[in-house]
Write a protein that binds this ligand. Structure first.
Ligand SMILES: [Zn+2]
Length: 481
């Protein structure tokens, strides 16, 4: 069987000499160039992979390759692939080209012509590097608003911190992907006009004010109905969304106090009611206590779909037991334990409200390392919260990490203490079902010893397990290797 050895390779990660270039307005983008040699016959093959970055189907392509030989000479070879049939956004290798000499050491390939159903493109300008984008330098509030606006369209959150590079007939998305004549990015799916409409910091701040104020007004009206349990829980939910806006924090506290006052009052009524029932029963032997029907209970549940509502919890447990309607599904949605794990850089950690807010960053990006102004230490923070679970409960989780050095070395999984101090087994944490956020330092790197920030190729994996059952709940990476 023939054995092949890769003697040259260039792809999207290659910098400097022999990096991949793009011929302006070409509907196709080179994604890899490779030369492989048959170890027995020494015959070499050129392999080229392309991606369709346009909104048309590519039928054929023509390439020009400069081959560099071991004796210092080079040669230009032209070739076509007339049978590509590549749908938009898809990627595929072209037919491998057998080369005349086996001592090829490197190859530079450019696309010279591309035919789609709509057009015949021919290279007219010199190939260029796809522009790299610097992150937007916005305030945290403006950036959070941008994320809110973009999150409605899905897409990859990591892609939201850069501006679009908009040129005639082509553009580079916030995620770094080149697009030709497309309205939505072929990589992350975000719309170019939407991205462009969220690149003005002043407008974003105005939009954030408008949003927060609208929520505030709604919550303020609801919060006036202190006796209405449903209105109060809605007001609480809304005030929670706008921490720090006007007197929202103060009003949130007032709502919570009103709710507990209502509960105390209710308990008193029930106690009085019980006395009345006993008295009535003594008077009339055939009194039938009005039983609460399943419909009524289900109706209550529908109006109080909150994981913190104990009545909803008790009713749903009952209804689930008798298989009533979608009660099992509702129960699972609200009260089965689920968790969310997040990460942030130290900048975010300092400004975030502990126990309450969730960080915007979920994975530490490379540019965070570069932009870090803290030259002494570069800590990464971990966040854990329950997104559902039984009311007033806690779940014990065990958190461990695995750090990789730049050479791939690792110490295996070790327990984490999140820098929170204390004397007990510090890898165990009791997470509250009400959504309170646990956060703490996952690890920090000190320059000169083990500087994970500045060395590319380092990383930190995180594993979260259920302390009692040992079930792995989450496994992910704070920093990608
Ligand atoms: Zn994109």
């Amino acid at each position: 069987m023939a054995d092949y050895k890769v003697v040259f390779r260039s792809d999207g990660t290659t910098n400097g000499e022999h990096r991949l270039l793009w011929s302006p307005k070409s509907p196709a983008l080179l994604t890899a160039v490779q030369v492989s040699r048959n170890t027995q016959t020494a015959t070499a093959f050129l392999q080229v992979k392309i991606r369709n970055v346009s909104d048309e189907t590519i039928r054929s392509v023509g390439c020009s390759a400069t081959l560099f030989y071991s004796d210092g000479t080079n040669e230009v070879v032209e070739f076509d692939d007339l049978d590509v049939d590549l749908e938009q956004t898809a990627e595929k290798p072209l037919k491998a080209q057998k080369l005349s000499r086996g001592d090829v050491e490197a190859a530079d390939v450019i696309l010279t012509n591309v035919t789609t159903d709509e057009q015949k493109w021919k290279a007219e300008q010199d190939p260029i590097d796809v522009p790299k984008l610097d992150p937007l330098c916005f305030s945290k509030r403006a950036m959070r608003r941008r994320h809110q606006l973009l999150s409605r369209s899905g897409g990859n959150k990591r892609a939201w911190n850069r501006p679009v590079f908009d040129s005639e007939g082509w553009w580079v998305c916030s995620c770094g992907q080149l697009n030709v004549g497309r309205t939505a990015c072929c990589e992350c799916g975000l719309n170019k006009s939407l991205l462009l409409s969220t690149e003005d910091e002043t407008e974003l701040l105005a939009s954030a004010d408008e949003r927060d104020d609208a929520i505030y007004q709604k919550a303020a009206i609801l919060s006036e109905h202190t006796g209405d349990e449903k209105a109060m829980s809605q007001a609480i939910e809304l005030f929670r969304q706008i921490p720090g806006w006007k007197d929202a924090d103060k009003r949130l506290t007032a709502c919570n106090e009103a709710v507990s006052a209502n509960k105390t009052r209710l308990k008193r009524y029930i106690a009085i009611g019980a006395v009345v029932v006993v008295a009535t029963a003594l008077l009339a032997v055939f009194v039938i206590a009005p039983a609460i029907t399943r419909e009524t209970k289900y109706g209550y549940v529908q109006g109080h779909l909150s994981r913190n509502d104990e009545t909803t919890y008790n009713y749903l447990r009952e209804l689930k037991g008798s298989g009533y309607k979608d009660s099992a599904e509702l129960y699972s949605k609200l009260f089965d334990w689920r968790f969310e794990i997040g990460y942030s850089s130290s900048h975010s950690y300092r400004s975030i409200k502990k126990g309450n807010e969730w960080p915007d960053e979920q994975t530490i990006r490379d540019d965070d390392r570069d932009n870090s102004t803290d030259h002494e230490r570069y800590p990464v923070y971990l966040y854990v919260r329950a997104t559902s679970g039984p009311p007033r409960s806690t779940k014990r989780l065990k958190i461990s990490k695995q750090i990789y050095g730049s050479d791939g070395s690792t110490w295996g999984w070790v327990n984490t203490n999140l820098g929170l101090g204390g004397a007990r087994d510090l890898s165990c944490y009791d997470i509250k079902s009400d959504g309170t956020v646990l956060s703490g330092e996952l690890y920090k790197c000190t320059p000169g010893t083990q500087n994970l920030w500045s060395d590319e190729g380092c990383g930190c994996k995180v594993k979260v397990t259920d302390y009692d059952s040992g079930e792995v709940i989450y496994e992910g990476e704070a920093i990608k290797r």
